[in-house]
Design a protein around this ligand. Structure first.
Ligand code: TYD
Ligand code: MG
Length: 443
């Protein structure tokens, strides 16, 4: 017997309940529960098509990886695309997701592999226009404007592509559900179907996902849990610089970032990150300090800019872009308490150059130096890099991956490094750099 019932699903967190509520008990969001119909066929026989296997009988295979043609994307993927995997690429509209994937499709097709590009957002003519701009002209890239996921399987069988691109997951739908494309159950159902298709074959699947205003992937968090890899494509639309940020990867490290640049002819790898992260070098400007932050598996030299101005109102402002607001407050508190400076009647603004968001705590010392420099109107020497985490008592804590940070510092032509005391014992690559070890802020 086929039973039809109703349930309410939160569009933010996927929480399910039998009756409508104003506030989701799962995530606390207001007015986020949407009604969905569930069809259950109790006559369907339960019989699995697969059998349970002992671990020793599962044939060992190496994961081999396909190059995407973009080294920075391969880096975020953990070394290339893994056949049989499902990658979710999220990002704001207009950031360049379709451009990136069309370029990947081009690279794959140059190696005599077929690509199926399902586009629910743009017509084949629009994609063709983009491909002309990117100088892509391939017999092996198939465009499909069918958005019914139930029909996708037959297209895949017919064309037999190595790479399948779904642009975007919010536009495809399954006939099994009555809800509209982009609803929570459609998203879940379609992603699960695609995951199945990926696992059964050796094809690579890329899904494009939209993000909401606050930067999370539209649709429930369960979407992220279902897929193998989640990558966010970020950047300011007014600038050409873009960051690929891996947030989940079943085949490699997470937190890896890739640096790309949007040009007149599509996306390019950033050859010289210094142009983005190290702003103009004016030796007379105070409030600027260079740090070596570890992002994913590589060190990046980034400039921290601070501006300390006396505040007009009783309420002084602290504003940070590129680091957590609370961390700025903490560093200011340590500076006040341990260095005896009073910033209570000053506004403090902090900006990380290049638009990256830094979590690495070892940039603390650089931030403190930038704030102090701006407060005292004392420019810091432009050939110095600051390394170290700040303890609450004003002590400078040790820095991991010091060797590769120092290598990068040397490569970029800096002369002097200020770092935590006692760390140089374990380092081999200091040659030529003027190292100054410090114990605390007073030093
Ligand atoms: P697009 O890939 O359509 O973004 P998304 O799929 O994430 O919505 O990229 C659109 C933007 O990129 C658009 O503003 C035009 C710009 N662009 C370039 O600057 N250079 C190019 O070569 C291409 C193809 C697009
Ligand atoms: Mg697009």
């Amino acid at each position: 017997m086929v039973k039809i019932s109703s349930k309410f699903v939160c569009r933010d967190c996927g929480f399910e309940t039998g009756k409508w509520l104003g506030k989701c008990p799962g995530c606390g969001a207001w007015n986020s529960l949407l009604e969905e119909r569930v069809t259950k066929d109790s006559n369907r026989p339960l019989k699995s098509a697969v059998e349970a296997l002992p671990l020793s009988r599962v044939p060992p295979t190496d994961i081999y990886r396909l190059a995407s043609g973009m080294k920075e994307l391969d880096r975020v993927l953990g070394g290339g695309m893994v056949p049989g995997s499902l990658v979710l690429l999220g990002g704001d509209p207009g950031i360049g997701k379709s451009t990136l994937l069309l370029q990947v499709a081009d690279h794959i097709s140059r190696n005599q592999r077929k690509v199926l590009y399902l586009s629910g957002e743009e017509s084949p003519v629009q994609i063709r226009l983009r491909s002309v701009r990117l100088d892509i002209d391939s017999e092996l890239i198939y465009l499909l404007s069918e958005q019914n996921i139930d029909l996708l399987e037959s297209f895949i069988e017919e064309i037999d592509p190595d790479l399948v691109i779904i642009d975007s997951i919010q536009t495809v739908y399954s006939d099994n559900l009555s809800s509209i494309p982009g609803s929570v159950s459609q998203l879940r159902e379609c992603t699960a179907r695609l995951m199945n298709l990926a696992k059964q074959s050796r094809r690579i699947f890329f899904l494009v996902g939209h993000v909401t205003k606050d930067g999370a992937l539209a649709g429930p968090k369960v979407l992220e849990h279902m897929v193998d890899v989640v990558i966010y494509f970020e950047g300011e639309k007014n600038y050409s610089f873009r960051i690929l940020r891996g947030v989940k990867n079943r085949f490699g490290p997470t937190d890896e970032i890739g640096l790309l640049e949007m040009s007149g002819q599509g996306l390019r790898e950033v050859v010289d990150p210094a142009q983005i992260f190290l702003a103009a070098k004016d030796p007379k400007v105070s409030g600027s300090a260079v740090v070596a932050s570890f992002e994913g598996s590589r060190p990046l030299l980034i400039e921290m800019q601070a501006l300390v101005t006396s505040s007009g109102s009783a309420y002084s402002r602290r504003m940070a872009s590129g680091i957590d607001q609370n961390r700025l407050a903490l560093i200011i508190a340590v500076l006040e308490k341990r260095r005896g400076i009073d910033l209570s009647s000053y506004d403090v603004f902090l900006k990380v150059t290049g638009g990256v968001f830094i979590k690495d705590p070892c940039v603390d010392l650089g931030i403190a130096a930038a704030i102090y420099s701006s407060f005292r109107e004392m420019p810091l020497s432009r050939d110095t890099v600051f390394l170290g985490e700040l303890g609450l008592s004003g002590d400078i804590r040790s820095v991991p991956f010091l060797d590769s940070r120092l290598k990068e510092i040397k490569k970029m032509g800096f002369k002097r490094v200020i770092l935590p005391h006692g760390q140089m014992k374990s380092v081999s690559a200091a040659g030529g750099l003027n190292i100054q070890e410090i114990r605390n802020l007073d030093d």
